[in-house]
Design a protein around this ligand. Structure first.
Ligand SMILES: *Cc1c(COP(=O)(O)O)cnc(C)c1O
Length: 353
């Protein structure tokens, strides 16, 4: 259904489906700080199963999930190696430094996809001068690099090599289900070598709130304590976990639609003068478009789009992010392309001077 406002700012803006709302209303609950919420327990068991792990922990946000993982894996004063555009580095309020006492060591990689070749020169062992590498972190899909996906062989190699040096590897899998759909491989297959995985229920899977950490039993036991310390111990959270269970059941099977819409947008955008985007690189639900050729800033273009009921955010003055999700259909995409042409003052498609 085409909506009044086309909101392409993020896949976090989705509203719970009627099925989710019913499940929430009917959820059996208990006090989850006592680990007595049956619905939270079911969600955690389901998540652990889906990822082939011993245990899982429901957390209020992806940011908290990543922070807990960093805190459990590292000690104060250690470095966390991540890509320059990583969410943990750019969009989590410096939490790894503020709470876990870690320093990010960033590496730039094409399309946000790190390789062991890029990481290995940055790894630091025991030394009288250098901060030790406490953790390597990968993001799949890579949000600010345009939803790019790690080839399984590349992330597997990074995990194997890091482990040889005694360095754990955490996966920010906020959108790991998008990667799974894009590659046609299970999330177990893509994530089995990581020491811990965080994934979001509240992104493409469509749940209103929540993320999940998965890992070994000892890791999740530690994670429990840190979650409480951070104020993330929730009580009758089964209300939220119920929506999460529906998201896990129904979400992954429809992500290919979002990917198709993103590809459609990419192809349409590539035809607009001043916009630079390579549709071949759009493989999931995120597009980062380059706007320097338009002579306008992304923020000005955002304003002009908003005036037409289309929402998209500038990331830098010359780039804009567009995200497809369950509340965006093909008509919304068509409307967005028209709005962008209007915003830039270029002719509608098919109209000859
Ligand atoms: C959204 C997101 C997170 C977590 O964000 P929250 O808003 O805290 O749930 C983490 N990593 C990536 C790559 C994300 O896109």
């Amino acid at each position: 259904m085409a909506s009044l406002v086309v909101d392409l700012r993020s896949d976090t803006v989705t509203r719970p489906s009627p099925k989710m709302r019913r499940a929430m209303a009917e959820a059996e609950v208990g006090d989850d700080v006592y680990r007595e919420d049956p619905t939270v327990n079911r969600l955690q068991e389901r998540a652990a199963d889906l990822f082939g792990r011993e245990a899982a922990l429901f957390v209020p946000s992806g940011t908290m999930g990543n922070l807990i993982a960093i805190k459990v894996h590292t000690r104060h004063g250690q470095e966390v190696i991540c890509e320059e555009r990583a969410h943990i580095y750019n969009h989590e309020m410096g939490a790894m430094s503020a709470f876990a006492g870690c320093i990010p060591r960033t590496v730039r990689a094409e399309d946000g996809i790190l390789t062991w070749h890029l990481i290995s020169p940055q790894v630091r062992g025991r030394s009288g001068h250098l901060a030790k590498t406490g953790l390597v972190e990968l993001e799949n899909t890579s949000n600010l690099a345009g939803g790019s996906v790690y080839p399984k062989e590349v992330s597997d190699e990074i995990c194997d090599r890091a482990h040889t040096l005694g360095v754990p590897v955490h996966l920010d899998g906020a959108r790991i289900f998008n990667a799974s759909v894009a590659l046609g491989r299970s999330v177990i297959d893509l994530s089995r070598k990581f020491d811990s995985v965080m994934f979001c229920l509240s992104k493409g899977l469509g749940a209103p709130v929540g993320s999940v950490l998965v890992g070994s039993k000892p890791f999740i036991e530690e994670a429990h304590l840190i979650r409480k310390m951070l104020g993330g111990g929730m009580r009758q959270a089964g209300i939220l976990a119920a929506a999460g269970l529906v998201a896990l059941e129904d979400g992954p099977a429809r992500l290919h639609i979002d990917h198709g819409n993103a590809k459609f947008l990419a192809e349409g955008l590539a035809e607009i003068p001043g916009i630079s985007i390579n549709p071949a690189k759009v493989v999931t639900n995120i597009l980062i478009i380059e706007l320097s050729g338009t002579g306008l800033t992304s923020f000005e273009i955002s304003k002009r789009l908003a005036a037409q009921g289309v929402l998209a955010n500038g990331v830098t003055p010359t780039t804009m992010r567009i995200v497809t999700h369950v509340d965006i259909d093909r008509k919304d995409c068509e409307r967005s392309l028209v709005a962008l042409r209007v915003a830039l003052g270029v002719r509608p498609k098919g109209v000859v001077a």
